[in-house]
Write a protein that binds this ligand. Structure first.
Ligand code: NAG
Ligand code: NAG
Ligand code: NAG
Length: 239
């Protein structure tokens, strides 16, 4: 009788330890899901920005559309676009300070440090359809990400280049060198800078190695006093 019970207990303990082993192996072979992706050379450790889900389930595109729809209907956005439109409509006219138009509907245009893209929208609204805009951070669909100090464009690729953020460029001479490199001969560069003196305008002009100053004037832009500087590219090679 005792022997019989002993054998029964042995069998139970064997079954229990088998089940435990199977569970242990299944945990080892199928680790539970975690937020942190597995480390490998192709998948370096990235910490989730906000929630676990953002990494694995990209937000649907409609969320971006909704976000843009909200942004584009704010009065701050609309006013900025209107201010840019005025500057570009001016650039399309043969006005006294420029003597000729520096921008047309068919100009292949480049916007540098374009931020959220108000100037892109302004150009498109007045009829300039071929607009490329870049900044260090992208803002789809208006602005792509690229390095303004090392532009991913060929020499002479554009008819017109614009920036309202030259003031904040960390490397001004490199910024201008890249801007003028990508504009063709007889094309134009237009800068909108904080209001500056004639000497400061001359300093900016000297950064252009292929272009000459066409005109500089002061204007009120979106409530701030700014200086508009227009340079025409005249030399195909840098002397
Ligand atoms: C430029 O395009 C706008 C909008 O399409 C149009 O109203 C305007 O007449 C065009 N300008 C020229 C000079 O063709
Ligand atoms: C713009 O305003 C500044 C400061 O008042 C002045 O020094 C400069 O001459 C003005 N530039 C032009 C082109 O009128
Ligand atoms: C353009 O090239 C000529 C030589 O052909 C040179 O004398 C002049 O300084 C250059 N101008 C600019 C703005 O690059």
């Amino acid at each position: 009788m005792e022997l019989h019970i002993q054998a029964f207990l042995n069998r139970i303990s064997l079954i229990v330890s088998t089940i435990a082993t199977v569970i242990l192996f299944s945990i080892l072979l199928h680790p539970p899901e975690t937020c942190i992706p597995h480390l490998s050379p192709h998948n370096p450790l990235k910490f989730p920005h906000s929630t676990c889900d953002s990494h694995h389930h990209p937000r649907p595109f409609s969320t971006l559309e909704k976000k843009n729809h909200r942004l584009w209907s704010t009065s701050a956005w609309l006013n900025k676009v209107k201010s840019f439109s005025r500057v570009f409509i001016d650039a399309q006219k043969n006005n006294p300070s420029h003597k000729f138009s520096i921008l047309s509907n068919s100009s292949k245009s480049l916007c540098l440090l374009a931020g959220a893209g108000q100037e892109v929208m302004a150009l498109q609204q007045i009829g300039v359809s071929d607009v490329t805009a870049i900044d260090l951070v992208d803002s789809p669909p208006l602005v792509s990400r690229a390095d303004p100090y090392y532009l991913p464009f060929f020499d002479d690729a554009f008819d017109f280049a614009f920036s309202a953020q030259f003031d904040v460029a960390l490397f001004p001479s490199r910024f201008i060198a890249e801007m003028e490199r990508t504009v063709r001969v007889e094309g134009f560069c237009l800068l909108l800078v904080e209001e500056c003196t004639d000497e400061e305008v001359r300093q900016i002009e000297r950064l252009f190695k292929r272009g000459e100053l066409v005109g500089a004037d002061n204007l009120t832009f979106s409530g701030s006093k700014m200086t508009r500087i227009v340079v025409r590219i005249i030399n195909s090679t840098i002397y």
